[in-house]
Design a protein around this ligand. Sequence first.
Ligand code: 5GP
Length: 174
Amino acid sequence: MSASKTIGIFISEESIQKRVKEIALEINRDYQNKEIVLVCVLNGSFIFCADLIRQIKLPVQVEMVSLSSYEGTQSSGEVCFRLDVKQSLVGKHVIIIEDIVDTGLTISFLLKHMSLKNLASLKLCSLLLKRARLQIPITIDYLGFDIEDNFVIGYGLDFDGRFRELPYIGVYGE
Ligand code: 5GP
């Protein structure tokens, strides 16, 4: 980190943990008597997904996917797969677990891809949404926080590979 940059706490650890529990309660209620598969979008969602799954009281599996994403603080605009799921998801109830929806381009690509897999159902869970930045309409079934257009880090989110370990969400360079 450059000496001139500071990190302001934007969403506290307590607020995140409270919201994660609330989302898990909703999922537990919505999928009663069903098995679910969480599709964790690497790398940014790994901490959110790990906390969420430990609050899920249903039979649950996890799959990892990796898509191209930001370099630095600018969107590359390109989306492609680096890693796809390892099992057939045909007939499964799938919830995509995303860290943040910004322009919506990444998640739109993944939703389209998943919708071709003959799933029993498909929903989207995102910890964060920058509503003002959306370029395409995206329905988020489970949303943690609707935030302003700041570049955020922590709780899995990085800046050039760093700061994922922070237990809170911070604004970089405030
Ligand atoms: P989108 O395709 O919606 O524009 O971007 C989604 C991806 O961009 C996220 O999964 C995340 O990797 C990255 N991203 C977007 N906004 C931020 C941000 O404020 N902070 C960080 N660390 N990554 C972001």
